[in-house]
Design a protein around this ligand. Sequence first.
Ligand code: XMP
Length: 326
Amino acid sequence: TWSTGNIIEEQVAKIRDQVGDARVICALSGGVDSSVAAALVHKAVGDQLTCFFIDHGLLRQDERHQVESDYASTMGIKVVTIDESERFLSALAGTTDPETKRKAIGREFIRSFEIAQRKLIEEAADDGEDIKFLVQGTLYPDVVESGGGEGAANIKSHHNVGGLPDDMTFELVEPLRTLFKDEVRAIGRELGVPEKIVARQPFPGPGLGIRIIGEVTRERLEILRAADAIAREELTKAGLDEEIWQCPVVLLADVHSVGVQGDGRTYGHPIVLRPVSSEDAMTADWTRMPYNVLAKISNRITNEVSEVNRVVLDVTSKPPGTIEWE
Ligand code: XMP
């Protein structure tokens, strides 16, 4: 029968068996999955593990700072940040197709971890032959949606599964690959991962890159970041963080509509709010959230983000819609 204790013991043994005395790199995003994967691997092989956090330039407001301080203060695991935003933004330039974006992001993540690997080798001043293991917090739904499950169709390539480049040389360590999010949260709690991290809402590895419909540019990222920060602040203030599984905020960057702001005509972009309720992200329903909270978010975004003159609510369940727009 299923128990968190059993799974932890079983995975720890499996990890030790897989990596032996080798050094291991973990791709940490600050989210639940990679944090719990890191905690499991840390329990299994201790200091053989080094965690890297890649700033891909597609993060939300304050996210990098928050992840750095959360881990330093609570996890007891050393995290090295690498700023690779230039690389990701150049890789995305000119790209509008969702799967092409996802594959570019997946590829650049692996290139970034190869840089991390070289850093470790330089630091240790050895040949680094044993540094070939990469920990990822891949969950069962990621595998299924990327077309890896039995008889599954490829719905979208998750950056850490279907988005990986063919020439990758890392051997993957994925202790959560058969689990769902609620199971991962239970394991995280048992391992002592702080509630602040365990309870965090899901945020996709490709970040804001798949929430800008159209080409990703620095300017567009700034607009989305500002709108997203307002929505998150108001949802938290209204006490909705638990009821809502996650609320993607999406910028329709190639769409314009006419508005009137201040004393003039505007021709700005719409922002989409996508609050969803879900058990495991495999299916979802749009959250019937209070109108007054929606009104507050809409007012604030259109007042504070000058490029946005319209806020719309996505009232589609999954299926037929997916949670993210790309
Ligand atoms: P969809 O959009 O497929 O999303 O309904 C299901 C859940 O997965 C998250 N998601 C991702 N997470 N890498 C991730 O780490 C990805 O490439 C990715 N794509 C979607 C999404 O936020 C939702 O929680």
